[in-house]
Each structure stands twice: as structure tokens, then as C-alpha cells.
Design a protein around this ligand. Structure first.
Ligand code: AMP
Length: 207
């Protein structure tokens, strides 16, 4: 089963994807994580991506699509994957159609006010990538692996506003593009409740 998770920044795509991976034995592919890995390793792709990510803009399609294609072609994706953060534009979706069969698209629906509220509180584990929010978790280290938590460079209001604008203009049109495979889930509730809704939906689709 190959799945796409769609949603604005802070709609909870990463959190839900990580849980769904455990439920269904899928591979999670987050283009944002792949870019952050490249930045950490100081690669050419990382250096280029950083200039766009820091401003909340999309990394050019040519770079993003070839990185994604390489990742999807690996052996571990053969049994199914969940895409979190890709595609983010119609050209990306068109390219994806050429290389993979997408079984379901799940859009997480979260009002913009809630997104802004979530933005400033997000913390990420520097080692395992687990995601927390300061409103529900006040520790500075990860509950799973004990590593320090950090705030992402692009988690500030100025960048968020850009990211939301980019989302509306470039990514929201994908809702129509995938109308034949689209399932909308309320993502404004707790991560656990959102996870349960997505899990139920996928179990239904699997039958
Ligand atoms: P994310 O971790 O999904 O929120 O992505 C963080 C940033 O990485 C985005 O704001 C973009 O700058 C970049 N990025 C991630 N995925 C893509 C994509 N599919 N296309 C272009 N840029 C992307």
C-alpha cells in the first residue's frame, strides 16, 4: 500500500506517519527529513535546500523530485511507503504518477489558528526525530531515547506565514488533483485521536 499524507505545516503529518509506519509496516518518506539529513551532512543538495527552507519556500522541483525518485527506487520501499511532505505541487504529483501507484491520499484538516498555535511549541528529538509540543511536554530531552530536543530553524512565525502562503498557492490544489483517492481526516484533535481515525480508514481501505 502506497499512501500520501497531505496537509498544511503543523497539520500533524509527521506524527501520524510515524505511527502508521508501526501499524502497517510501511516505510516513511519525508522529503523535509531528507533535506535536513543533507544539511546535516553538508551535501550540495543540503546547502541549496537550506536557502529555501529557511525562508519557508519550496525547494525547486528538479532537486526535490530527483531526491524522491532515488529514495523510492530503493528495495525497502517495495512493500509500501507513506509519503509525508511530498508531493507539494502539481508538477511533483504528475512526476510521482509516472513512478508509483498511489493507493490512498489522506488530507489532514486543521484550521489555520490551530496551526499557528502549534508552530511555536514544536520540539524535535535530535536523534530519533520524535516530535513533541511544549504545551503537553515540558522536558528538554526525548522520552524515547533521552537525546536533547531542538526547535527547527523554520519554526518561527515569519517563516510559518510564508509556508502557509506557499501551501495555499502550491499544495492545496492537490486536493482536487487527488479527488478520486482523497480521504479527509480531522487533524485538529489530539495526535492519538487523529492517528486512530487514519488507522481505521486505512484498515477499511486494505479490505
Ligand atoms: P517539512 O519538514 O515537510 O515541513 O519541510 C520543511 C521544508 O523543506 C519545506 O518548508 C520546504 O522548504 C522543504 N520541502 C520539504 N518537502 C518539499 C517538497 N516536496 N517540495 C519542495 N520543498 C520541500
Amino acid at each position: 500500500m502506497n499512501i500520501i499524507l497531505l496537509g498544511a505545516p503543523f497539520s500533524g503529518k509527521g506524527t501520524v506517519a510515524r505511527k502508521i509506519v508501526d501499524d502497517f509496516g510501511l516505510i516513511q518518506i519525508s522529503t523535509g527529513d531528507l533535506f535536513r539529513e543533507n544539511i546535516k551532512n553538508g551535501t550540495e543538495v543540503g546547502l541549496l535546500a537550506k536557502t529555501y527552507m529557511d525562508k519557508g519556500e519550496l525547494v525547486p522541483d528538479s532537486v526535490t523530485i530527483s531526491m524522491l525518485k532515488e529514495r523510492i527506487s530503493r528495495e525497502d520501499c517495495k512493500n509500501g511507503f507513506i509519503l509525508d511532505g511530498f508531493p507539494r505541487s502539481i508538477p511533483q504529483a504528475q512526476e510521482l504518477e509516472k513512478i508509483a501507484k498511489i493507493d490512498a491520499v489522506i488530507a489532514l484538516d486543521v484550521p489555520f489558528d490551530e496551526i499557528r498555535r502549534r508552530c511555536l511549541g514544536r520540539r524535535v528529538c535530535s536523534k530519533c526525530g520524535e516530535i513533541y509540543n511544549t504545551s503537553t511536554y515540558s522536558e528538554s530531552t526525548c522520552a524515547k531515547c533521552g537525546s536533547p530536543l531542538f526547535q527547527r530553524n523554520d519554526d518561527n512565525l515569519e517563516t510559518l506565514n510564508n509556508r502557509l502562503e506557499v501551501y495555499e498557492k502550491m499544495t492545496a490544489p492537490l486536493i482536487n488533483f487527488y479527488a478520486d483517492r482523497l480521504n479527509v481526516v480531522d487533524g485538529s484533535v489530539s495526535p492519538e485521536a487523529t492517528h486512530m481515525s487514519v488507522k481505521k480508514l486505512l484498515e477499511g481501505l486494505k479490505k
